[in-house]
Design a protein around this ligand. Sequence first.
Ligand SMILES: [Zn+2]
Length: 618
Amino acid sequence: MNKLRILWLGFFGVFLMNTAQAQTYWQQAVNYEMEIDFDVTKHQFSGKQKLTYQNNSPDTLTKVFYHLYFNAFQPNSMMDVRSRTITDPDPRVGNRIYKLNEDEIGYQKIQSLTQDGKKVTYKTVGTILEVTLDKPILPRQKTVFKMEFEAQVPLQIRRSGRDNKEGISYSMTQWYPKLAEYDIEGWHANPYIGREFHGVWGDFDVKITIDKNYVIGGTGYLQNPNEIGHGYTKKTVEPKTKRLTWHFVAPKVHDFAWGADPDYQHDMVKTKEGIELHFFYQKDVADNWKKLPDVMIECFAIMNQKFGKYPYKQYSFIQGGDGGMEYPMATLITGGRNFQSLVSVAVHESIHSWFQGLLATNEAKYSWMDEGFTTYAQDLILDMLFDTKLPNPQYQNYRSYQVMIERNIEEPQTTHADHYERNTAYGISSYSKGAVFLHQLSYIIGQENLEKGMLRYFEEWKFKHPTARDFKRVMEKTSGLELDWYFEHWVETTNTIDYGIKTVTETDGKVTILLERIGRTPMPLDILVTQKDGSKKLYYIPLRIMRGEKPEENKIKRVTLTDWPWTFPEYELKLDESLKNIQSIQINPSERMADINPKNDRFPSLDTQFRFVETEEK
Ligand SMILES: [Zn+2]
């Protein structure tokens, strides 16, 4: 073997290795051990954190970053300025951060930081701690960081903080220095400006020492219930000391949150699957919160069946925060709501255990995958829980999407959550358009494929960080259809769908329907023809770039026509019947396609808005 050939083989070997690495999923791993000493008189705490970091990436790391979220709650922080200058400010924030006094602001101050026993250089830049490592972390190597820090809990403004408007003492979310995630897409050391999270998968061991009168609910399993009492055991234990140390362990999660209040009542029920559901709330909202467990048992049962089995043994509903926010094994929600609203938010946040808790998409980059999918499942489950049997449980989401189009404020779903021009555009794109994405996907690939695909997505991607591409591949493999075009139009652009019936004519006693594509986004078409005698026939035009057809979905006989090459603006559909027998012709009878102009979808045309009227087709 000559030298040149050896060199070539070497090159080829490196090339092969790189290709293999690019295709192999990896994720970083952490193990947090924290000891927290909490002073309820000053609203401050000191912490010791031991963080074991496993670099599973193919890269050598010379820096790491931590989030110091509490630093956002200081006048002139990036979050403060953003909240005061955004087009449509969040009323919960507005200029409230700007008005905080020294003893009301939040902070996380790092006192010391070592890597494998040696001091490292670090710098606090707003809500990010930039750390230059003492020695690089090589691929597949571990390193141990030890940190000491001091923190002050800010007045509750957004998500975390003390004394929320319902009088909950501590909503402890984004409360500890949290390592930023390094994943297939690189570092995500985004400054905190109020929205969305992404964390490293790992295990947490947290000890919180606090005044004995406070009750804590949070992520993780309590290790010393007998010592604690407070409803965690049947025995009522009167603590002998003035302070108690609560010891929690949370395996395989990517964050740890808790709430604490001296007035929490604490209930616990078990679901059919053996999951413990915990409820922490104050007396004045007890009427509604006492009714919540039965509903949530039902919610978990449906989710387990339809979207995959919840793998933890526990979940906690904790009164706190300023709305509702999801965390692993727990949620913080405000309690003073009517029952329907309480159920709605509790259902929404607990569903995040699937979409974000377990299928841990980077919320900032793929907010439509966690908020949208959660909203979709929420509306499906609320419809089942309240037995409303809506013809389209996603109706409100289609309406909101339509309103966003009418107001001309839409931004593509690929916009980073922090960078939307408007809060409203972020909200509708992520929640409503995200929910429509899934319901419309059921139209494209068929309801059965969607349901199978959701379960497969869960099985393949739980405890990981799936991206849009990963979700697309699962749905393609499940349906056998090519879906690039759908993601490209719906997710990456603000293109819209509008198909119409251009003309209906008759020659020699036979009808010709001329269909037209007006919107830029192509779609397959369902067309329902209803005869005057009441009989129905469903026509189906696949889109050529799908490279296939969805399976038949309902009892009405379907006629599959030649596929539609999307560049063709029109399509001629010839029926083997006479106009005099036809009652109506309707595009999109199941109304799952988000056609922005439904008025041209029907013949004879109706001036009234017929959208979302129940059709017998379903
Ligand atoms: Zn949500």
